[in-house]
Design a binder for this molecule. Structure first.
Ligand code: 5GP
Ligand code: ZN
Length: 126
């Protein structure tokens, strides 16, 4: 727990979020400023700053984040009008931003799950 970290506070329920999945090691919640009909952030409950701070002990945790993102995409309790898979179309983006040049604004590692529409290269719905 990092006392100044907004995502640690979300993990501890000190700041409210719209949680879509949670277990012992991760929590997934809706992004407050969605870039697409579906925009969910998957974070570990323990504080890790970014992908740059990962080490070999985190392999299982990061794998769990990615597999959970896939499960949320396909089976999550998402709005019926914003499914990842709709009318034969499917697919989504998974994104880690890393550091300032990568556009990372929150210093607690998070995996973006973005979808519910055809996405442009700029990660916005076309
Ligand atoms: P980054 O740019 O660091 O990859 O993404 C941070 C994301 O966190 C942004 O998409 C932003 O909208 C989201 N975000 C920032 N603060 C909050 C918050 O308090 N609650 C939620 N649900 N999302 C947040
Ligand atoms: Zn944190």
């Amino acid at each position: 727990m990092n006392n100044n970290c907004i995502f640690c506070k979300i993990a501890k329920k000190e700041i409210l979020s719209e949680t879509v999945y949670e277990d012992d090691s991760i929590i997934a919640f809706k992004d407050i400023h969605p870039l697409a009909p579906i925009h969910i952030l998957i974070i570990p409950k323990k504080h890790i700053g970014s992908v740059d701070d990962l080490n070999d002990d985190d392999v299982e945790l990061v794998g769990h984040m990615i597999i959970s993102a896939k499960k949320i995409a396909h089976f999550g309790n998402l709005e019926s009008d914003a499914k990842i898979t709709r009318e034969g179309e499917n697919g989504y983006k998974l994104l880690f931003r890393v550091g300032r040049w990568g556009g990372q604004e929150v210093g607690h590692i998070h995996l973006h799950l973005i979808g519910g529409a055809m996405l442009s290269e700029e990660i916005r719905p076309i």
